[in-house]
Each structure stands twice: as structure tokens, then as C-alpha cells.
Design a protein around this ligand. Structure first.
Ligand code: ADP
Ligand code: 5GP
Length: 243
């Protein structure tokens, strides 16, 4: 790990993503399957957003560790790769030209400019996960969430809030990853983002970490049992009753 505090936090984030993806690649889960080997339960899309410093990375890491069958959506971005990050695992790092080509070909289900860089979620990844009967987690900002919401109303969304502005400021400061000016910028962005809380299905206040992690796990567990995820499977059961 790099001696600079900035790199330290970045590597922690990257390790988190790395662990999560390792867990994903080691799983042999193929979804609840019918006899013809197609999954009979449709995978769900779970969106998680939070102001920077709220603890989203910490919580997401725990979630992916707890649910090895949950896929993580690897976004495309034009921002530079940070130390420890790997192309295809943390992000697909592409040039602006490549990104804009994907935008023109409508390959993104959503995309946004976040802190001056472009980030986008590939439509193909979501489709593949859904068809395989796997739930997929999208770590995207509020602008991206608004677009997902419009296009995929069946997506479930969670907004993670810090317990207060003061506590958010403390976490950003104590994380030692950003200069004071950058912290001010993130706090200003947070003040704008937090106003979007009404657009989300679930709200999780990350006050006590264990409780927040448990709340997120409960949401992800419940998502699988929604009627919309189980329509095909239930139809098959009902058919055995002659219905
Ligand atoms: P984000 O990904 O939302 O920017 P991080 O996961 O990096 O946030 O968390 C920001 C900082 O707050 C980190 O130093 C992390 O260890 C700390 N943190 C996360 N959750 C809590 C919590 N519930 N209580 C206190 N500190 C927390
Ligand atoms: P970072 O560069 O620190 O990894 O991420 C910065 C912000 O970009 C985070 O709030 C993260 O949720 C958001 N983000 C990451 N990927 C995407 C994406 O594909 N779409 C959108 N809209 N935001 C993203």
C-alpha cells in the first residue's frame, strides 16, 4: 500500500472491489433453474447511491462478501486508473472518444459526468445478469440513478445517508484521502445529492456500521422474493395445479 494517505484509501477501495469480484468469480451459482436449465427467477437490478464519504464503499464491500451470488456492475469511465485498480475488474478504463462512441451507439443504460469524468453502465451487462437469473448491484451517482429509474422501473434503489452533515465532514476528513478543497467540493455536492432522497425505494442511514450493513442485506434478500422476480417460476408451479 502506498504511503500517501490518498493512495491508501484508494487501495482499500480497490481491495474491496477486488475481494468482491474474487467472490463472484469463485461462485458456481447458476440461479434457480428449471429442468430445461434456464433460470426461472429473473435477476434484479439493485442501485446504491450515496454522497461521497457516507460509507458506500465500506457497505458495498460487506454486501458483496455476504452475497457471493450478487454481481457487481463494472462501469466504464474516462477517469484515470488509480493505483491498485484493474481494467475490467474495478472499471473499464476507456478514452473519451471510446466512451462517446458507446454513448452514440446507445450502449449505456445510463451515463453521467461525475467530478469532471464520464461514467456509464453498459446495457449488455445488466441484460446478461438478468437473463442468467443473477441480481446485479450498480454503484452509481444520483444522476445515473434517475436515468435507470426512467428506463428500468423494476430496478430497486437504495440511498445511503450519513447521520449528519457534521459526521460526513468528519468521515471525509478522517479518511485522509482528499485535500481540504476537494473535501469542500464533496460536501457541496453532498448537499445537492442528499435532496434526491425521495427518489429512492429504500433509505439506509449509515450511523452504526453493523446495523447499516444488516439493513442493506435485508433489502437485497427481500428483492429476490418480489413477485416480479418470480413470475415465471410461480406460473410453472401454478400450472402443476392445472391453473
Ligand atoms: P464512500 O465510499 O461513501 O465515499 P467510505 O466507505 O470510503 O465512503 O467511508 C468513508 C469513511 O468513513 C471511511 O474512512 C470509513 O472507514 C468510514 N466509515 C464508514 N462507515 C462508517 C460508520 N458507520 N461509522 C464511522 N465511520 C464510518
Ligand atoms: P470513483 O471515481 O470514486 O470510483 O467514483 C466516483 C462516483 O462515480 C461515485 O459516486 C460512483 O457511485 C459514481 N459512479 C461510478 N460508476 C458510475 C456509473 O457507471 N454511472 C454513474 N452515473 N455514476 C457512477
Amino acid at each position: 500500500m502506498n504511503a500517501s494517505p490518498e493512495f491508501e484509501v484508494r487501495s482499500q477501495k480497490s481491495e474491496a472491489a477486488c475481494g468482491a469480484r474474487r467472490a463472484l468469480s469463485s461462485t458456481s451459482y447458476t440461479g434457480l433453474r428449471t429442468r430445461d436449465s434456464r433460470p426461472s427467477v429473473r435477476g434484479s437490478i439493485v442501485v446504491i447511491s450515496a454522497p461521497s464519504g457516507s460509507g458506500k464503499t465500506t457497505l458495498t464491500r460487506r454486501l458483496l462478501e455476504a452475497f457471493p451470488r450478487l454481481r457487481f456492475s463494472v462501469s466504464y469511465t474516462t477517469r484515470a486508473r488509480r493505483a491498485g485498480e484493474r481494467h475490467g475488474r474495478d472499471y473499464f478504463f476507456v478514452t473519451r472518444e471510446v466512451f462517446e462512441g458507446m454513448v452514440r451507439r446507445r450502449e449505456f443504460v445510463e451515463w453521467a459526468n461525475v467530478y469532471g469524468h464520464l461514467y456509464g453502465t453498459a446495457r449488455s451487462q445488466l441484460r446478461a445478469a438478468q437473463e442468467a437469473g443473477r441480481d446485479i448491484l450498480l454503484d452509481i451517482d444520483v444522476k445515473g440513478h434517475a436515468q435507470v429509474r426512467r428506463q428500468l422501473p423494476e430496478a430497486v434503489s437504495v440511498f445511503v445517508l450519513p447521520p449528519s452533515y457534521r459526521e460526513l465532514e468528519r468521515r471525509l476528513r478522517d479518511r485522509h484521502s482528499d485535500a481540504p478543497g476537494e473535501i469542500r467540493r464533496r460536501l457541496e455536492t453532498a448537499s445537492r445529492e442528499i435532496k434526491h432522497w425521495r427518489e429512492y425505494d429504500y433509505l439506509v442511514v449509515n450511523d452504526h456500521l453493523d446495523e447499516a450493513a444488516e439493513a442493506l442485506a435485508a433489502i437485497v434478500r427481500a428483492v429476490r422474493f418480489r413477485r416480479s422476480s418470480q413470475t415465471e417460476r410461480t406460473r410453472k408451479i401454478v400450472k402443476t395445479f392445472g391453473g
